[in-house]
Design a protein around this ligand. Structure first.
Ligand code: AMP
Ligand code: MG
Length: 466
């Protein structure tokens, strides 16, 4: 295989960190790899060129059967709070091949690791295609996210509720460092290691903080800011992450882990899709508070570095965390004002926004389509909030930049996944990818993609740990 023509440029800085942070091991070879999807546009952005390889050779690379030149495969160790409970975790079914041009290239579904616990280390085709399409949709929506470079099938069956085709997704990320990574270090109680990780994260993600007097404090503030921006973006498009455990929250501020996530149709802050989230901990409207809770766990891990006096360190952490709510509200209302195209800020903006949200909830209005119809002048109800909105100075350009015409509607995603993963027909899937690649342009969209679902289609459930 002509690997030198691909353009791999691995610099594996994570594998240079203390060995307690990971385990070195290769992906477990698969029986018969076959390429299902390759993200050519992303490959190009990464300066990777696969055109001198045939599909079989590409499949061998993205199945882990052949390692890219320069890769140093590791499984990363981390811990995390899952549904509020602390536990030891780690890459149980993923292998980080290394950093190509500073981007993590990770195989997900690549076989058991020392962190697999009872799991088989494998992934099924349906969920990997789902991660591919939703992460790429998020990218096109302009929301920070890990991305998907390829999907291969393994030629092996895996056992879930039924027997399913095994698959591997190649995930690309700014890094895979999570709040859970810091929780793991805190659990070890190794302050030197904590310092090392703070510096590593600053160098990699926040280089402007390199000279900071109190690096841990500045990192904390920077991560809070990044997460507020991220969650505000989720709220903008109706994204429900579904499993906001601390191990699924990145230090880089990218959305990670497309397990049970889904987009909300009818506006309701209590919207939950995940079948195991029975109490609605990770409901749409709870996401900001959960982010705050997770960031408090992050702050706790940094206490030993915030001040030599522990009491003072706790006070510093609390002072920063106390600002979260006001900081989030500021971002949130600005985002909502942009969705409504409001020019000029008025005292009554918050009331207008809340009245609109209340109206949507009471009338079971579709979140995406309500804003879309306001933007296109096709909103017909003569509601008091609407009349107030119409009396304002409105920028339709601002609205068009903030209101998607199309989101990955759950019932459409399911149709495409069914055809692709059960019948092996990728036509719908590829068509949907194309539609979702320009979510703010409505001209090319066939109606079916942005119509709200019927009532039956709306009773949608997603499943975790797939
Ligand atoms: P998640 O809920 O996807 O964030 O995963 C939580 C943890 O479970 C992570 O440490 C995963 O690596 C691990 N995990 C999920 N699925 C599997 C699997 N099939 N085999 C081994 N580990 C898994
Ligand atoms: Mg995870």
């Amino acid at each position: 295989m002509k690997q030198n023509e691909i353009g791999w440029n691995f610099n594996n800085s994570y594998a240079r960190l203390p060995e307690i942070l990971f385990s070195r091991l290769n992906p477990v070879p698969v029986a018969a790899s076959k390429l299902i999807l390759l993200n050519n546009q992303l490959a190009e952005n990464l300066n990777l060129d696969f055109k001198n390889l045939n599909d079989k050779e590409i499949a061998e690379l993205f199945s882990g059967n052949i390692l890219p030149d320069g890769a140093e495969p590791i499984a990363q160790a981390y811990a995390g709070h899952q549904y509020g409970h602390f536990t030891m975790l780690g890459d149980g079914r993923a292998i980080l091949l290394g950093e190509h041009n500073r981007f993590d290239i990770q195989l997900k579904g690549s076989g058991p690791t020392p962190y697999s616990r009872q799991g088989d280390g494998r992934a099924a085709l349906g969920p990997m295609l789902r991660e591919y399409i939703i992460s790429e949709a998020m990218f096109a929506l302009g929301i920070p996210t890990t991305r998907s470079l390829a999907v291969v099938v393994t030629g092996e069956n895996i056992l879930r509720d039924t027997v399913l085709p095994g698959a591997i997704l190649t995930r690309v990320a700014a890094s895979h460092i999570r709040i859970g990574t810091f929780e793991y270090i805190a659990m070890l109680g190794d302050i030197e290691l904590l310092k090392t990780m703070v510096h590593y994260c600053i160098n990699r993600h926040y280089p402007h903080l390199q000279e900071a007097e109190n690096p841990a404090l500045e990192l904390l503030k920077a991560v809070i800011e990044k997460q507020i921006i991220l969650i505000t973006d989720w709220m903008r498009v109706g994204f429900v992450h579904g499993v906001m455990n601390t191990d699924n929250m990145t230090i880089s501020g990218e959305t990670i882990d497309y397990g049970p996530c889904a987009f909300m149709d009818v506006y309701d802050p209590k919207t939950v899709f995940s079948s195991i989230d029975r109490r609605g901990r990770y409901a749409f409207g709870n996401q900001p508070q959960i982010a705050e809770w997770n960031l408090a766990r992050f702050a706790e891990t940094l206490i030993p570095l915030l001040h030599e006096n522990q009491e003072k360190a706790v006070q510093i952490a609390q002072d920063v965390l106390e600002k979260f709510s006001a900081q989030y509200q500021k971002h949130y209302f600005l985002m909502m004002r942009n969705k409504l195209g409001l020019l000029g800020e008025e005292q009554s903006d918050k009331i207008l926004i809340n009245d609109l949200l209340t109206w949507m909830q009471e009338n079971k209005a579709d979140y995406t389509n309500t804003f879309y119809s306001l933007m296109t002048g096709s909103f017909s109800d003569n509601e008091p909030w609407c009349r107030r909105w119409q009396s304002r100075d409105i920028s339709f350009d601002l609205m068009r930049a903030n209101n998607p015409a199309v989101i990955p509607r759950n019932h459409k995603v399911e149709e495409a996944l069914q055809a692709a993963s059960v019948d092996g027909n990728l036509m719908r899937f590829n068509r949907m990818l194309e539609v979702l690649s320009k979510p703010y342009e409505s001209t090319h969209i066939d109606l079916a993609h942005y119509q709200a679902p019927s009532e039956i289609e709306a009773s949608y459930r997603t499943f975790c740990g797939t």
